[in-house]
Design a protein around this ligand. Structure first.
Ligand SMILES: *Cc1c(COP(=O)(O)O)cnc(C)c1O
Length: 226
């Protein structure tokens, strides 16, 4: 019950932020971040029409997915190369590709299961050393060399803003992701589509939508605190 209510509230806020920014509300997709939350709560969200869910740990996604086969699973947290093989058969979108080495392993595992995997390149947009992500130069190198990764489709970029009350700084960081996306979209290749911008969490998704987010990753505002 509570999940359905919070979900409806978040959807309303997403719509409002999109309209405020002069954007089509349908251009922003909600990824409900269900990490640490039980399957029952996810089912409640599913019944309320939510289809996309995000987890930041492979082990937790692995435990949940057999019980919820209808979910579109998004991997949003740091992914270790030795865990890629577990999610390759079913993951919908990997948001957190932070190195060439990881991308090469995703490509290898995708090939083994006969899939082309949709990935976002995670850029380091905050000045916090704790947040992962590659720099623009590495991202540019990957898109230029996409032929090296025949089982990968680059769908866009992901970024996390600094944990701060400074909304102008957050906006600047999200804007830098959008600008990077514009630069990288100059590369023309059937497996490079710089269409998705995954940015914005419970505390800052309104700013992210104003700056062009197409995927917002929202946990606590939907499922409650952790
Ligand atoms: C946990 C998490 C979120 C959601 O955070 P909330 O503040 O609960 O909305 C979004 N993105 C990533 C990468 C996360 O790990």
């Amino acid at each position: 019950m509570a999940v359905a209510i919070h979900l409806a509230e978040v959807r309303t806020r997403i719509r409002q932020a999109a309209i405020h920014a002069g954007r089509d509300p349908e251009s922003v997709r909600l990824v409900a971040v269900s990490k640490t939350k039980p399957v029952d709560m996810i089912r409640e969200a599913l019944e309320a029409g939510q289809t996309d869910f995000g987890e930041n740990r492979v082990q937790e996604m692995q435990a949940k997915y057999p019980e919820l086969p209808e979910v579109r699973w998004h991997l949003i947290g740091t992914l270790q190369t030795n865990k890629v093989k577990y999610i390759a058969p079913y993951v919908h979108l990997i948001h957190s590709v932070d190195s060439t080495r990881l991308l090469a392993e995703i490509d290898r595992q995708a090939g083994k299961v006969g899939r082309t995997l949709d990935c976002l390149l995670q850029l380091h947009i905050s000045d916090e050393a704790t947040k992962s992500g590659m720099d623009e130069t590495e991202a540019a190198q990957i898109v230029e060399q996409i032929d090296l990764y025949p089982h990968i489709r680059i769908r866009g970029l992901m970024g996390m803003a600094a944990l701060t009350d400074d909304r102008a700084l957050i906006r600047q960081q999200f804007r830098s992701l959008r600008i990077a996306s514009g630069v990288l979209s100059a590369v023309s290749h059937p497996r490079v589509e710089m269409q998705e911008l995954s940015m914005g969490m419970s505390g800052d998704f309104d700013i992210a939508i104003e700056e062009g987010a197409t995927l917002v990753r929202i946990g606590s505002a939907v499922f409650g605190g952790r």
